[in-house]
Design a protein around this ligand. Structure first.
Ligand code: SAH
Length: 238
């Protein structure tokens, strides 16, 4: 059986509604996946949940889909951000895709002293996150925040959220998930690592915990995936 296509759509989804897709989604449905009028799919978003749907009309500019019954109600997901120093393009893409699959609630590109790149294409990363949410059966697409300098990220860090800073070659305790459902965030440094002054400065904040991801020095993308796997592996976090 062909796999079920899931499309992320803005609110407001409801049984009986006819929703128009954008041109890119119509192209994906028709030209890439060879679907036509009468074929089924699922549509979803974090606010309305997921609906069974059927294509009523499909053209170049868009498709109309009729929503049938709700297949999943909206449900909360764990509140865990990933903050990371953008690396090379392919590695950054990988981080965003895998972080979304693993279940992060938001993605924050953060520029540090040794960041290799000063540019981030938010639209591109947003599209990668949307695709990963569609594929991994999530209801929420994590927003990709405006890139920001480390100092400003820390200054604006919301109260009540714990920040785990991944620090290699330090006598830091291993990263262990918190027992309660406190909002949290994981920060991963660039390929060159954090500068010593950055680590010292971060360690002074009460909301920061420096953590180790094991004895080896991981690439930034490996560190992001390994750390998030630990924080988000529990089945009953939401
Ligand atoms: N160039 C640095 C390594 C940087 S690795 C060096 O040789 O020391 C890139 C980022 O991945 C680091 O900033 C850190 O956030 C994370 N990282 C890699 N390995 C890690 C480990 N074993 N424990 C915790 N964080 C790690």
């Amino acid at each position: 059986m062909a796999s079920i296509i899931r499309l992320h759509m803005p609110p407001k989804l409801a049984t009986g509604a006819v929703i128009g897709t954008n041109a890119a989604q119509a192209h994906y449905l028709g030209a890439v996946m060879r679907r036509r009028a009468g074929d089924g799919l699922r549509v979803f978003n974090g606010t309305d949940g997921e609906y069974d749907a059927v294509i009523e009309r499909i053209g170049r500019q868009g498709a109309d889909v009729l929503l049938r019954e709700q297949t999943r109600p909206p449900a909360p997901e764990p509140d865990c951000w990933l903050a990371f120093a953008p690396v090379k393009r392919d590695a950054t893409d990988l981080i965003v895709e895998k972080a979304t699959e693993l279940g992060v609630s938001a993605i924050h590109p953060v520029f540090t002293e040794r960041s290799q790149t000063g540019r981030v294409n938010r639209d591109r990363l947003g599209a990668i996150a949307t695709e990963a949410a569609e594929q991994s059966e999530r209801l929420h697409v994590p927003p990709v925040a405006e890139p920001i300098d480390l100092a400003r990220f820390l200054a604006g860090f919301p109260p009540g959220r714990r920040l785990f800073v991944a620090a290699e070659r330090q006598a830091a305790p291993p990263l262990v998930p918190m027992a309660d459902l406190q909002p949290q965030a994981l920060l991963i440094g660039p390929e060159g690592g954090f500068a010593p002054a950055e680590l010292d400065g971060m360690a002074r904040h009460g909301f920061v915990t420096l953590v180790s991801l094991g004895p080896r020095v991981l690439r930034a993308e490996t560190a992001a995936i390994a750390g998030l796997a630990r924080l988000l592996a529990a089945p009953d976090q939401s």
